[in-house]
Ligand binder design. Sequence first.
Ligand code: ATP
Ligand code: MG
Length: 398
Amino acid sequence: LDHQFKQALPIIDKIEEAGYEAYFVGGSVRDTLLNKPINDVDIATSAKPNEIKKIFQKTVDIGIEHGTVMVLWKDETYEITTFRTESTYQDFRRPDNVEFVRSLKEDLKRRDFTINALAMNRNGEIIDYFNGQKDIEKKLIQAVGIPEERFFEDALRMMRGVRFVSQLNFDMETETERAIQKHHALLEKIAVERIQVEFLKLLQGSGRQKGLELFIQTNLYSYCPGLNKHKSELKNFAQLDCSIDNSLIAWTLLLHFLKKTTDEAEAFLRGWKCSKKEMTQVKLALFALNHRLKKPFDRQVLYQTGLEIALDVETMIGCLGFAVDVEAVKKMYEELPIYTKNEMKINGNDLQTVLNQKPGKWLGELMTEIESAILKNEVSNESQELLKWVTNRYKLED
Ligand code: ATP
Ligand code: MG
């Protein structure tokens, strides 16, 4: 048993001592069988939320209407969810009604794919009602039960399926794939934010090529923001053979393949409901990537992007098959004379005094000019030098 499971064992034990059942479920069980590092340990139980709250001293209601209680135990938190079924989905996205049940099997039956419908008891024994272990062996993503019905219940599962194909480098079982192909338009009902989570995981999976091809093949792509008319660009993107390790790289490379300008990139990302901060960073990375495709980094571009984005851009350059020089980027960054405007040894007041002028638009413009001169090493960042540079320049232009 992995140490994260061991750490959670007292929780299972306490629930069982109180007369209920409790199991590890979901991604952690799947990933253990795949010999992959596990994220968080989820626990499913026959105890109702109020019963769980009686067993543990420190709990937080995080989704009590769905049956989930968070338990704080030895500086760790665990999500404990009551066995449940979900009935009568009318809007293709969430159950109208969650019904708590006392049987593990009923709970596992409502889960999306066979490999996610596994449970493990406190002794590490696997409970497998839907042949999840066989599908792990066969490397197959297969819906639990009748695929069409499952996607009608919750259309997000279609995206999740394609995401798992990419993340685990699995194939999709034929009937499951056919059902997605047939019902891909149901994705329209799903909130963009939730699609985005799956899409980003898909782009960062080790089986991205396979995942993206399926995403295209099933037509899911045509119900994603800004992708509808870009089948051939997406196909090219799917050919790319390198790992994508973060969402900034994922978005930027995608936009590169879609041949978006930075303005178009902004509209695209807004369609995906990205945050302002994400949009700014991706636009900066796209700008720097375009620069870097033409020539090496220069100090000004590096100053604008910062080291982190610059290194991601360098990674993308390698990904696109060009020569990379990470050390040169790091060295150039270390040698930058300033890292922010605040570090400039001259300010607006100094400029007004030395040039004897009222404040105005010129101030900001001149500060930017000086900033750029410092970065180009035309003047060193020392107050006397900067004042001298400004007066000289001003007199020359006069
Ligand atoms: P990850 O490693 O990315 O967290 P995961 O399988 O743990 O993958 P979660 O979204 O954390 O995915 O969900 C936990 C479990 O809940 C899943 O393994 C699955 O059993 C069930 N589940 C999650 N989303 C759905 C859904 N839309 N429909 C049915 N079951 C779901
Ligand atoms: Mg999980």
